[in-house]
Write a protein that binds this ligand. Structure first.
Ligand SMILES: [Zn+2]
Length: 467
């Protein structure tokens, strides 16, 4: 029972086994906390959550580290514009991010370090890189990574190193002007007037760390020199993850990680997400339109993580009914035997196999719907129904992290009048401990295609599977 996953570096699907044989240690690049995260960001975080849940469902504990980027151009500009301290400004957006993650059912990381809290670690790393000849200080007090000192650069993104040397694939960075080569990137940025109060001392003068460095420093601190897996959105492959590899491997002399897991971008209405198109939906905006976070999670899960996923408001509207249908089918299976299935029983095959095979969530969901469509009281004995419901709940709730809507209340309300009258009679008989009458009324309900589940203070009605 091992998860096999595509690795960006080797371009192959490989089994995931922990290096230490005990727990699976992985790092995810976290959000920049300068505004609300949008659904494109959440595609990545939701898929990383499913990834973690599947690993844990195989019986392996995890150590999940995800950073908060709280010092970069965007957070500094935002704090300056808001007239707030950097820490007050980023704390507000960090809390908003946490609330969104909780609404989406994402398990919080075990460690969530922030860049500002790890300046000594970043400075120490730069000192090592300078000492080893992989970095140099410029006249203004900025420090750059010397790309030509690391022949492995470009392996992850499969870029031609000549292209890199000629600067064809270099990202723009407004603060960098003193570099030996256009493709060298900043490890430390010298203080500029527009940084306001946001600068820190260093051996090279006042300034702040470059964005790429924080992940290398915090991964080293919390996961060690080599860990199991590193993940992020596909847009981070170049230059961010290439730069992380360069910094970390030149600093420690060891491979950064065993496996790279990248999630492809989200499209909205078939188009790239952008501010100008106004399609950078946030959970709050979608909630205003009447869509809850679980429906958003459902839509974000309904595409393979290596394929672009098209998000539309129509998909979102359909999510609610898909979730309700699943809830109803599960409740019907459970009530077929009159028992609620225990949690954490073996997952249903082959949906589980689809997840273990490169996290194929759409295939797993397809298998679940097929199974439910084929299931009727004639084909499933009550005991088998309980087991199936448990296996399905395992996949849907434990590994996909979905919270299904309350199906039973809805089905009770939708039951025909004669069914509800019989149910009331049976409830009265049961309360009076007239078991013979209660059993006879249960049989009458079953003949009409309904089953009744007794709670402590009330009952719920559900159609029998296939009825
Ligand atoms: Zn990162």
């Amino acid at each position: 029972m091992t998860l096999h996953l595509f690795d960006t570096l080797s371009r192959s699907i490989r089994p995931l086994r922990p290096l230490d044989g005990k727990s699976f240690r992985f790092y995810c690049c976290g959000p920049t906390v300068y505004g609300p995260a949008h659904i494109g960001n959440f595609r990545t975080f939701v898929m990383q959550d499913v990834f973690r849940r599947v690993i844990e469902a195989t019986g392996l504990p995890t150590r999940h580290v995800r950073n908060l980027t709280d010092v970069d151009d965007k957070t500094i500009r935002g704090a300056e514009a808001a007239g707030q301290s950097l820490s007050a400004f980023t704390a507000k957006w960090r809390d908003a991010f946490h609330a969104d993650c909780a609404a989406l059912g994402c398990r919080p990381p075990h460690v969530e370090p922030s860049a500002v809290e790890h300046l000594p670690q970043q400075i120490a790393m730069i000192e090592t890189l300078v000492a080893k000849g992989h970095a140099y200080a410029a006249d203004d007090g900025s420090v750059y990574f010397k790309l030509s000192s690391f022949p492995g650069y470009g392996r992850l993104s499969h870029l031609d190193t000549r292209e890199l040397r000629h600067g064809a694939a270099v990202t723009s960075d407004e603060y960098e002007n003193d570099k030996e080569s256009v493709s060298d990137f900043a490890l430390w940025k010298a203080r500029k007037p527009e940084d306001g109060a946001n600068f820190w001392p260093s051996p090279w003068g006042e300034g702040r760390p470059g964005w790429h460095l924080e992940c290398s420093a915090m991964a080293l601190q919390y996961l060690g020199e080599t860990f199991d897996l590193h993940s992020g959105g596909v847009d981070l492959v170049f230059p961010h993850h290439e730069n992380e590899i360069a910094q970390s491997e030149c600093c420690t002399g060891h491979r950064l990680c065993e496996h790279w897991f990248h999630i492809t971008h989200l499209l909205v209405d078939g188009r790239k997400m952008s501010k100008s198109l106004g399609n950078l939906y946030t959970l709050a905006q979608l909630a205003d339109m009447g869509h809850d976070a679980m429906a958003v999670r459902w839509v974000l899960l309904n595409g393979h993580y290596r394929q672009p996923l098209n998000f539309t408001l129509d998909n979102l509207a359909g999510a609610r009914s898909a979730l309700a249908r699943l809830a109803k089918s599960l409740a019907a299976l459970e009530q077929h035997s009159g028992q609620t299935a225990p949690r954490l029983t073996p997952p249903v095959q082959p949906a589980w196999q689809a997840l273990l095979d490169d996290l194929n969530v759409p295939k797993a969901l397809g298998q679940i719907f097929t199974l439910l469509n084929e299931t009727t009281p004639a084909t499933v004995a009550p005991a088998a129904a309980t087991e199936m419901a448990a296996g399905l709940r395992f996949i849907l709730e434990e590994t996909l992290g979905l919270t299904l809507p309350p199906a039973t209340a809805e089905s009770t309300a939708s039951a025909p009048d004669n069914v509800r009258t019989l149910a009331e009679k049976r409830w009265a008989a049961r309360t009076a401990k007239d078991w013979a009458a209660a059993d006879a009324l249960r049989a009458e309900l079953a003949a009409l295609g309904w089953t009744m589940k007794d709670g402590k203070e009330n009952y719920t009605l559900s159609p029998l599977p296939g009825a």
